[in-house]
Design a protein around this ligand. Sequence first.
Ligand code: SAH
Length: 272
Amino acid sequence: MPSLEPGTVWLAGAGPGDPGLLTLLALKGLAEADVVVYDALVGEGVLVLANPKAILEYAGKRGGKPSAKQPGISLRLVQLAREGKRVLRLKGGDPLVFGRGGEEALALVAARVPFRFVPGISAGLGGLAYAGIPLTHRDTNSAVTFITGHDASGDVPDAVDWAGLSRSSPVLVVYMALKHLARIAGLLREAGRPATEPVALVSHATLPAQRVVETTLGTCVADAEAAGLEPPAILVVGDVVRMRAALDWLGALAGRTLVADPLGRDPQSRTG
Ligand code: SAH
């Protein structure tokens, strides 16, 4: 495996939370880094794995404080690399999925700082696996769409063709969806997705605090509120959510009884 060399930056993903979901390269970066520049979504469980001599620098928003300005973070990475530091830039999930990893890399390229991308398990993948929801399943969907629930200004992104995606994509996985859940559910309903369509919200996925709310498009706003769900959370819309009745392996470990035929398509099990 490569080493994190002095004067270089690794733009790495930390996965959705469970430290067990780090890649070997991310772990190596943590062990070798002089400085770890991390985001709000990177938790304690991951940071304790850093070299005890490494400096941990926080670059995100927490407790409603404004986030560190993006150009500021990029400049900081350039500065640290030029000082000859081994820099691990650690982001939640995957650095290139709604994570601005590309923007920071562009700044490194412009400054001629050598860098490497270290992919991570995105919350939309790992988080759903921990909720017992496959992204694709042959009986429900052969396509899945990842969407961001808000843009740089904090609004529901105009650039997203919600109506088009509603028509064309059987399963929608929406990041940063909690704040604008009502608006997003409304847009999907207007585009013709039924109120009865299965929906799951997964908050603090893969962490001990993980919570999953199984609901429908028509009732998800009320159910999320009643459950007091907090960010970060992933929204998944589509029939594949029904698979959870069979595949909630984490729930099974805590005593949930799983059903073998969650889609009710096995005639044997229907008559029996
Ligand atoms: N680069 C990250 C996404 C950053 S955007 C990735 O690949 O996962 C931030 C959004 O990611 C949150 O609003 C939430 O929708 C999602 N997210 C990240 N970590 C999460 C977690 N542990 N549980 C649920 N959602 C999570």
